[in-house]
Design a protein. Structure first.
Length: 462
């Protein structure tokens, strides 16, 4: 197994190099040069496997010879040690052939824990082989940063730099970030939205200022962020259909990695008959699928804060797939998008995307109604992100005969105040934590300021 860049170029990397990276050397994203494909017989034989064994079957082909089997097995099993449900990702039935895949039983109670826990262990292993130190960098609008912070807390040879919107983080998430050890973690509030934070991170990786320090991204521009999510689809499909019955998925657009992972799982042989991209009023992906127009825009603040952005990094990987692995076409399209903030693809490629994905945008009032309705009809309290996915899945499913699985990405307890207001939360509502003064913020696009701050921190560290 080797990896290439979405932007072509003479790039060829093994799995270790991909893990210990931010972007590919030419500024693109790493992708497998080819995908492992399993037969229906192979997949159905996995239906009885425990979760960590299933993970090994799915993940190991992507690791190749970069790690021996026993080490990889132990590392994968350890990645789920801190999850608090014995099924890891239990399924909850909420209607006829309607299910929620609960992905929030990790240490920070969001689906981001899966990638973060796996990535931290892979980084620790490979850093031990190559020596040196690494800076783990990324952007967060809440859950991604918290998951990375927890996962890398005890990872030797690493420090962290986390960018976040100056005025866009819920108090609970901001308080948790501020509790991090300042000797190991630099926090950078940005005078902009989450998209502006992501853009700064990408620019930083393309103009890395720290000699001798390995740059690693904790966002899903790093391939591990996609790899960890592919297992969700295999697990749910095997539980509901044994690997032979087609299954549909509704994925709230809080994570482009989870959406792209569905495409990969399907290409690997999984009988997925539909993937719905479920959005709210921040509907950039819906507009792309529905109208072949993708653009960055001012994000609205919604009941689902993890969806309040419009810049989806894994769209580049999907475009590379749609253009038949043509790196030069992908590079031209992405550079045009980076220059003007808008993107449309060829009609043939867009029609292919419409076959692979459906999309639906849910109104804010519908989110509230769905939370209340589901509680009234099932007794289950769900967070607003999941409500977006459930409603989109119910309205837009292609087949009533195929199970529809919505990804439950965030624990309901994280929305306790809203759920209590709606009358569906019967436990204690946590008090709002205290917020300390934030460090000096970065202006939008201030790459020089970010680089200078990182260089000063590096000098103090040495």
């Amino acid at each position: 197994m080797h990896y290439v860049s979405t932007r072509g170029g003479d790039v060829r990397a093994d799995f270790r190099s991909v893990v210990l990276s931010g972007l590919a050397q030419d500024g693109g994203l790493y992708v497998p040069a080819s995908l492992p494909v399993f037969t229906e017989k192979q997949i159905t034989s996995w239906s009885w496997l425990p979760f960590d064994e299933l993970v090994w079957r799915v993940v190991s082909p992507y690791v190749g010879s970069s790690m021996d089997e026993s080490t990889l097995r132990a590392l994968l099993s350890d990645s789920y040690r801190n999850f608090n449900h014995r099924a890891i990702t239990p399924l909850e039935q909420i209607g006829h052939n309607e299910w929620i895949l609960q992905l929030f039983h990790g240490p920070t109670h969001s689906s981001k824990d899966f990638a973060a826990q796996l990535q931290s262990r892979l980084v620790e292993h490979f850093l031990g082989e190559v020596g040196g130190e690494a800076l783990i960098v990324g952007a967060t609008n809440g859950d991604t940063g918290l998951a990375a912070l927890e996962a890398f807390a005890n990872c030797p040879g690493t420090r962290m730099a986390i960018l976040y919107p100056r005025n866009g983080l819920p108090a609970e998430q901001l308080s948790a970030l501020q509790a991090a050890d300042p000797e190991r973690v630099q926090l950078f509030p940005v005078d902009g939205n989450f998209d502006d934070c992501q853009t700064l991170v990408s620019q930083l990786f393309r103009d890395w200022p720290l000699d001798g320090v390995i740059p690693i991204c904790f966002n899903s521009t790093n391939w591990v962020g996609v790899l960890a999510q592919i297992v969700f689809y295999f697990h749910a499909t095997l539980q509901l259909g044994g690997g032979t019955r087609p299954v549909g998925f509704s994925v709230p657009a809080a994570s482009s990695a989870e959406i792209y992972a569905g495409y990969i799982a399907q290409k690997m042989g999984l009988p997925i008959n539909q993937v719905i991209i479920s959005t709210n009023s921040n509907d950039a992906l819906h507009q792309f699928i529905h109208r072949n127009r993708y653009s960055t825009r001012v994000s609205n603040r919604t009941l689902s804060p993890a969806m309040d952005f419009s810049l989806f990094s894994n769209l580049e990987r999907f475009i590379w797939e749609l253009y038949g692995h043509d790196g030069s076409s992908t590079k031209a399209l992405m550079e045009h998008f980076e220059d003007c903030g808008e993107l449309s693809i060829g009609n043939q490629q867009w029609l292919r995307a419409r076959v692979l994905f459906d999309s639906y945008a849910v109104d804010e009032s519908q989110v509230r109604d769905e939370v209340v309705k589901l509680f009234r009809e099932t007794g289950s309290a769900i967070d607003p992100h999941t409500a977006v996915g459930v409603l989109a899945g119910r309205i837009h499913r292609r087949s009533l005969g195929a199970p529809m699985v919505t990804f439950g990405q965030i624990a309901p307890a994280k929305s306790a105040a809203l759920l209590s207001e709606l009358g569906v939360w019967q436990r204690e509502v946590p008090t709002t934590p205290d917020i300390f003064a934030q460090p000096p913020y970065l202006a939008k696009g201030d790459l020089d300021g970010l680089c200078q701050a990182l260089l000063l921190a590096q000098q103090r560290h040495v």
